[in-house]
Ligand binder design. Structure first.
Ligand SMILES: CC(C)(COP(=O)(O)OP(=O)(O)OC[C@H]1O[C@@H](n2cnc3c(N)ncnc32)[C@H](O)[C@@H]1OP(=O)(O)O)[C@@H](O)C(=O)NCCC(=O)NCCS
Length: 314
């Protein structure tokens, strides 16, 4: 009998400090109108001095609580992050210690695609029988790698954490997942630090990233539906990486999915990189929109580029 990797718990956490577009108007040559119309973002959460691990801990505790599991029941912790608290050890090991777990723990770095890369990795351990319960986390303090004088990136990125517990299930769970990387696009989106002890900030060719994101994610959504013998009518909820409302709606339009079936958090969260998908998922579950048995389509793309999709029954 096949082991499916099924989501049995979710949790999220946002730092309390809210930075609105009007706040950014005070320090940058920008306007709320420009940011809202180009990105859909109205406000974002930014840490004061919390670390990536600090954000992950409450998100994980909430996910464990929904799953009715204890940290000791977890077989792996996989943390996707672009903003680890240290070069080493992996932030996942600090998280393991803070949670009181004792399993192997490691980080995955695929920027804004990190959460789908982590889900896909966890899926393999469960399907091959080497794990029963895995904590998959996305946690980011993107504000630490943003140049707050660069209006083209400072308006986009933000902080937060989301987590899911994946558990072995005989009947249903993740049905399909697919990952891609193409390292040709280094200069389109990167933190350009060449020395390990040099703290760089995000550099981005926004127009280029926009076009590539729409094309790659639309193609991948079509491919995912085709591989699953589905059309967008079979999808109850798309839970995309929350980079820009215009990227999300272009993809939804291409696969003929009404926007009412898309979980959107970009307006209030901004782009929290690897945290954005589990944050949106947790919000959709806790407010009652996403229910057991729903078919969910996750998609994300990030620097590299790396991109991926996961189709799952909840
Ligand atoms: C960044 C992004 C919002 C810019 O929107 P855009 O419509 O492409 O705008 P452009 O970059 O063409 O810039 C248009 C003008 O607005 C200006 N501008 C850029 N940022 C601005 C801001 N925050 N406020 C006001 N004006 C701004 C530019 O300087 C440019 O001015 P110019 O015409 O005088 O040269 C958009 O390209 C985008 O979202 N790209 C994807 C980014 C992304 O999602 N990255 C993460 C991927 S995981």
């Amino acid at each position: 009998m096949k082991n499916f990797a099924r989501i049995i718990g979710t949790g999220s956490y946002l730092p309390p400090k809210i930075v609105t577009n009007f706040d950014l108007e005070k320090t940058l040559d920008t306007t709320d109108e420009w940011i809202t119309s180009r990105t859909g973002i109205k406000e974002r959460r930014i840490v004061n001095n919390e670390s990536t691990c600090d954000l992950a801990v409450p998100a994980c505790l909430n996910a464990l609580s929904m799953a009715e599991l204890k940290p000791q029941d977890i077989d792996f912790i996989i943390l996707s992050t672009t903003t680890p608290d240290k070069i080493f050890p992996a932030t996942a090991t600090m998280l393991q210690n803070r949670l009181g777990a004792s399993c192997p723990a490691f980080d995955i770095q695929a920027v804004c695609a990190g959460f789908v890369f982590a889900l896909n990795t966890a899926q393999q351990y469960i399907e091959n029988g080497s794990a029963t319960n895995i904590l998959v986390v996305g946690s980011e303090t993107m504000s630490k790698i943003v140049d707050w004088n660069d209006r083209s990136t400072a308006i986009l990125f933000a902080d937060g954490a989301g987590a899911v517990v994946l558990s072995a299930d005989n009947n249903t769970g993740i049905k399909y997942s697919k990952l891609y990387s193409d390292g040709n696009y280094l200069s389109s989106l990167q933190v350009n630090n060449n020395r390990i002890n040099e703290l760089g900030t995000i550099e981005m060719e926004g127009n280029e990233v926009f076009k590539i994101a729409v094309n790659k994610l639309s193609d991948l959504a079509e491919e995912t539906l085709k591989e699953c013998n589905m059309t967008s009518e079979n999808i109850d909820w798309m839970i995309p990486h929350q980079a820009n409302i215009r990227i999300i709606s272009a993809v939804a339009k291409r696969i003929k999915l009404p926007m009412e079936k898309v979980i959107l958090t970009v307006e209030k969260h901004g782009n929290t990189s690897a945290a954005s998908i589990p944050l949106a998922l947790d919000i959709g579950i806790r407010d009652g929109r996403i229910n057991k048995g729903d078919t969910l389509l996750f998609e994300g793309i990030g620097g590299g580029f790396s991109w991926g999709s996961v189709l799952a029954e909840f």
